[in-house]
Structure formats: C-alpha cells, structure tokens
Design a protein around this ligand. Sequence first.
Ligand SMILES: Nc1ncnc2c1ncn2[C@@H]1O[C@H](COP(=O)(O)OP(=O)(O)O)[C@@H](O)[C@H]1O
Ligand SMILES: [Mg+2]
Length: 205
Amino acid sequence: MKKGKFIVLEGPDRCGKSTQAKMLVNHLIAQGKDVILTREPGGTDTAEKIRQIVLEPGLDIRPMTELLLYESSRAQHTQEKIIPALEQGKIVICERYTMSTCAYQGYGRGIDLKIIDTLNKIATLGTTPDLTLVFLMSDKYFIERGEYLFDDRLEQEDRAFREKMRKGYLEMLTRTPNAYLIDADKNIQMIQEEVLSLITKHRII
Ligand SMILES: Nc1ncnc2c1ncn2[C@@H]1O[C@H](COP(=O)(O)OP(=O)(O)O)[C@@H](O)[C@H]1O
Ligand SMILES: [Mg+2]
C-alpha cells in the first residue's frame, strides 16, 4: 500500500525543473525526510537505456515508436522504483511523468490524447502524483537559459512546437487534480519559496 508522497515536476526543457528538484530534495533531506529524486525518461538501468535511444541525435524515431518507448520506460521505472519507494513511505520527486507525454506526443506531435491516456494508465498501474508542479516560462528565456543548446534530438524542436506544448500544459492544468502552474520566469529563490509553500499546503511535509 502507498504510504509515501509522489511529487512530479513538469514543463518544457530549461524551465528550471532540475534546479528546483535538487533544491527541494536538499531541503527535505535537511528536514530528515526519506526522499528520492528520479526522472523520466529513465530512472532505472533499463529505463535509462530506453532514454538513450529516445534522445539519440539523428535517429529516425516515428511518433508512435517514440510514444511507446516513453511508456515502456515509464512502466519499468514505475514498477521498479516509484511504487516500491512509495510503499516504503518515501517522498518521491520525479522530473517529468505522464503530463510530459501528453504535451510532447499529444499536443506537440498530434497523437490522439485518448491513446496516450490509456497507455499512461497501463504504464503507471494507476499511480498518480499527489502534487504536480507545472513550470512554464516565456519563450525568450529558452535561448537565454540554453547553455546546452542542440545537444540531443528533442532540443531541436522549434518554437511553434514549444507553443503547442505550452497550450497543452495550460489545458491539462485545468483538468488535473492537485496540479499547479509555477511561473518559471521568476528568479530561482522566489520559485523555491512557491514550491515549498505548495508542499506544505499539500501536507507533503
Ligand atoms: N528561475 C530561473 N531563472 C534563471 N535561470 C534559471 C532559473 N531556473 C533555472 N535556471 C537556469 O536555466 C538552465 C536550465 O535549468 P534546468 O533546471 O536545467 O531546467 P530543466 O531541468 O527544466 O531543463 C540552467 O542553466 C539553470 O541554472
Ligand atoms: Mg532537467
């Protein structure tokens, strides 16, 4: 039975997920909490191998193949790592989860969201976040914060694609329970305060 708490950080590349996830983990560890930090795609040896395929530059990967790779990575990660940690009462912080797949493969590439929702349910075994934080920033910061520009296949998506995803994240926010928009244009400190206040409000700590 699930005793822990599952926190997911969502949003496009470079909007500050990794930065805030690390800060949050450090904060929770300092409070003596039992917490793990993980990410998708990846998070376990098998799932990280799938990640390498998905992100390899220049590889011909069709949208449906891509979707199934993400979902297979998620199935492995959820069963091997997330569910056991939650059963042990840990706080699990995960960068990207089901919402990212809807944003990229659904709103971005046009795969039917019903198909993605079904695959998400299968891959997660019905595991849903206790709290989802959706980081969205103005597009001008995409270049500014992109010191790792064009280092993998997915970094090369264009502006129109990012706009479609942004619309998708905003739409999903209106129908996802326990999901909050974080204004990622703000400075790192202000965002951290916002994150911590939501964590407290949701009785994660
Ligand atoms: N609120 C912020 N304001 C300015 N720069 C930021 C902010 N948050 C993160 N950054 C910087 O932007 C870049 C991308 O952040 P990162 O946390 O790696 O994003 P993500 O994990 O969402 O791709 C990094 O260089 C990071 O230091
Ligand atoms: Mg990151």
